[in-house]
Design a protein around this ligand. Structure first.
Ligand code: MGD
Ligand code: MGD
Ligand code: MO
Length: 666
């Protein structure tokens, strides 16, 4: 939307830095030093003036009366305001003490996903300059998909989404762009306008499934069987892309063996999709070429997620979608591509210890048991107490850490547990640069308004903290100087910081349609077709019940996916009234004796939480849906229920491998 120009208002071009694949270009309207409205930047080539609900509501968060504005120190259980200098002195002294007494490895730096801009590389650099402090490995977000696609393509590279104007069909697989990535919605509508087909494959009903020609609801976690079944039908019909499969792929014979291991009836039973629907999907794929496959993050949340993702990659190879305009299997983009990764400083400490993010509580417990407990926890841009799995275990592990520093915007669950809280600016109050995990445009973050209260950017805080250490002369530099260093690889190509500040540009090295030459950065240069479904080789290894089998009566798979109305745990205090909702199939509710509005207790081996029943006539009967991101302070944290296990590939988090039961409370 083009801003309606108000007299006396300033309009600042900037970009949204929140944890979302849109990374929209924005225009901030500023009146009397206050941002009064956020518009989509009409000149931004990707969002073209669009913004989503989350962005429209963001100002409520920025100007919320509960936003944290002052540095705080906990004294006898209560936070007290302390001047910046005093608090930074205390942190620096404590760090030096701990380094001398226990060594830098007893400091844990936890970097959340809240803001991933260029200057954030310097956070990790600060810790690396201290020595081999402890970092995290793995991810609660997208590691599994990337690692799985790297196995097939050598390097995961997605299609620019404007390439979908060339698609005959889109298969949106485990992704909900109508909530999570609005800039894809025009592409979906465009395919349908051109009489192409849109299929959405999602066990849940979402705003995106409502836009589909065909919505398929497989048994969650079993998409590999659906993909194999469709591939089998295409191969049976002789409609496979034989040229690509024979000339540009490895393992075609083994893959074919896998495709023919089970008959369609068995495959249909395992993924719980009817044979008629499987045929319909196969027909759509054969008739509407080229087919673009779009994978989301929901698909990653399983122990064996890689089997689903690799089976979809292979299906795309069978369908003739790889290296073809309008095709591809697209998921995410490398959001740190434009930067010089040396700035992280990881090279200084190749031996630094890394704790598994998905299993952080267990890792902390192990260190404790070994007599090497973490002494200082430093959290930036994350709310691990709410967003990591198994929150009760995370809380217990964090409580034992003697000194915790949290930087953020609100006194959320994690901040409440801190000994020291440092108030951060929002992106509206910062100068920076941001790339995206949803496209390859580099955008400017231009400060729209002054930092309120005593808030400081992470950059400022780390520079001021860094000035208290003996590495100050190499670490403490003006913002522009650091940006020029971080952006070295991009500036080397002839771009300037001023050009970025002016709005940004596409990164020149990123192809809009990857792999058109059908050469892949794998060991042989060929696309790698999967050869086995590993989990069936080792059923004992399953962390929970076999996903292809029906669940015991009264047990449900817990889906805790991204909500439409807010982003991760970036809610505002008092945004929610009433009990946390749990959506259950109407038939199942009747069978269990529940009615809409009943309050029940959801229980898993990890924990319990009170929920209010919402009935759905279309939802699968073997799962329940509870939105993620609610705070424990308000009794809305779904992660008290979730299991902390890693995915087999990519060290991702298998949140949805959690089974719950429901019991009526009153
Ligand atoms: N409004 C909003 N936008 C967001 C976010 C938010 O919280 N709210 N979060 C942001 C973040 S951090 C991320 S990573 C992205 C996530 O973006 P998306 O991937 O689009 O969102 P998710 O809800 O994680 O997952 C998408 C869908 O996958 C489905 N799914 C889960 N398991 C399976 C399965 O086994 N098979 C199939 N076929 N489908 C499955 C879920 O039901 C869900 O509807 O969105 C970003 N944008
Ligand atoms: N049950 C369940 N849990 C999940 C998922 C799921 O599907 N199900 N999905 C997961 C996914 S996809 C993700 S990405 C993670 C997200 O996990 P987190 O990154 O821990 O979650 P957020 O709620 O986004 O927390 C970000 C925090 O950073 C703050 N922040 C924003 N910008 C800045 C900044 O510049 N500086 C500082 N210091 N703070 C800032 C925000 O105010 C917010 O409090 O959660 C995961 N958790
Ligand atoms: Mo994420």
């Amino acid at each position: 939307m083009t801003p309606i120009r108000h007299e006396g208002a300033n309009y600042i071009k900037t970009a949204c830095t929140r944890d979302c694949p849109n990374t929209c270009g924005l225009t901030a309207e500023v009146i009397d030093e206050q941002v009064t409205r956020l518009y989509g930047d009409a000149s931004h080539p990707l969002n073209e003036g669009r913004v989503c609900t989350k962005c429209q509501r963001y100002l409520d968060r920025v100007y919320h009366p509960h936003r944290a504005m002052f540095p705080l120190r906990k004294v006898a259980g209560d936070f007290r305001r302390v001047p910046w200098n005093t608090i930074l002195d205390e942190i620096a002294e404590r760090i030096k003490d701990v380094c001398d007494t226990y060594g830098p490895q007893s400091i844990l730096y936890y970097q959340g996903f809240g803001e991933r801009t260029a200057l954030k590389l310097l956070n990790r650099r600060f810790f690396n300059l201290l020595g081999p402090v402890t970092f995290l490995k793995g991810t609660v977000c997208g590691g599994t998909g990337q690692a799985s696609q790297d196995m097939d393509f050598g390097n995961r590279i997605s299609h620019d989404f404007r390439d979908y104007v060339n698609s005959g069909a889109l298969v949106v697989w485990g992704r909900n762009p109508a909530a999570t990535n609005i800039n894809l919605v025009p592409a979906i509508k465009d395919v349908r306008r051109r009489s192409g087909k849109v299929v959405v494959i999602d066990p849940l009903d979402t705003k995106t499934t409502a836009m589909a020609d065909l919505h398929i609801r497989p048994r969650p976690g079993t998409d590999a069987f659906l993909a194999l079944a469709v591939a089998r039908i295409i191969i049976d019909k002789g409609a496979e892309d034989a040229e690509f499969l024979l000339n540009n792929c490895d393992n075609y014979q083994q893959y074919k063996k896998l495709v023919y291991e089970y008959d369609i009836k068995e495959l249909s039973k395992r993924c719980d999709v009817s044979e008629a629907t499987i045929n319909e999907l196969a027909l759509i794929i054969m008739k509407n070429k080229p087919v673009g496959f779009l994978l989301g993050w929901g698909l990653h949340r399983w122990q064996y997620a890689h089997t689903s993702i690799r089976a979809i990659d292979a299906l795309a190879a069978v369908a003739g979608s790889i290296g073809v305009s309008g095709g591809g299997v697209s998921q995410g983009f490398e959001e740190y591509l434009p930067y010089d990764w040396d700035v992280y400083g990881d090279g200084l400490n190749p031996q630094a210890k890394r704790l598994s993010m998905p299993r952080l509580a267990e890792e902390l417990d192990n260190l404790e048991r070994e007599g090497r407990p973490i002494q200082i926890l430093f959290v930036t841009a994350g709310n691990p107490l709410v967003m990591l799995p198994d929150s009760n275990a995370v809380r217990k592990a964090f409580e034992r850490i003697p000194f915790k520093v949290v930087m953020g915007h609100f006194l959320d669950d994690t901040a409440e547990l801190a000994d020291i809280f440092l108030p951060s600016t929002t992106f509206l109050e910062e100068n920076d640069v941001v790339a995206s995990y949803g496209h390859s445009y580099l955008s400017a973050v231009n400060q729209a308004t002054q930092a309120p209260g005593q808030t400081k950017s992470d950059f400022q805080m780390f520079m001021e903290l860094g000035s208290r250490f003996n590495f100050a002369s190499e670490y403490v530099k003006p913002l522009d100087e650091w940006l020029k260093i971080i952006l070295r690889p991009t500036l080397k190509q002839g771009f300037t910081l001023e050009q970025i500040r002016d709005g940004g540009f596409f990164q020149p090295d990123v192809p809009h349609v990857p792999y058109t030459d059908k050469r892949f950065p794998t060991a042989t240069g060929n696309f790698q077709l999967m050869t086995s479904l590993d989990w069936y080789d080792s059923p004992d290894d399953l962390c929970c019940v076999d996903p292809t089998q029906p669940l015991p009566s009264g047990h449900y798979r817990l889906m805790s996916t991204a909500p439409f109305a807010w982003l991760c745990s970036e809610t505002t205090p008092n945004q929610f009234k009433g009990t946390l909702p749990v959506t259950l199939a109407t038939g199942e509710a009747e069978r269990m004796g529940f009615v809409q509005g009943d309050i029940c207790l959801a229980t898993s081996p990890q924990g319990q939480i009170a929920c209010q029943i919402v009935c759905s006539d279309t939802q699968r009967s073997d799962l329940v849906y509870i939105p993620r991101g609610g705070w424990g302070q308000r009794g809305r944290n779904v992660n008290v229920l979730t299991k902390a296990i890693e995915s087999k590939v990519g060290c991702g988090t298998a949140y949805y491998e959690t089974m719950v039961t429901l019991e009526k409370l009153r």
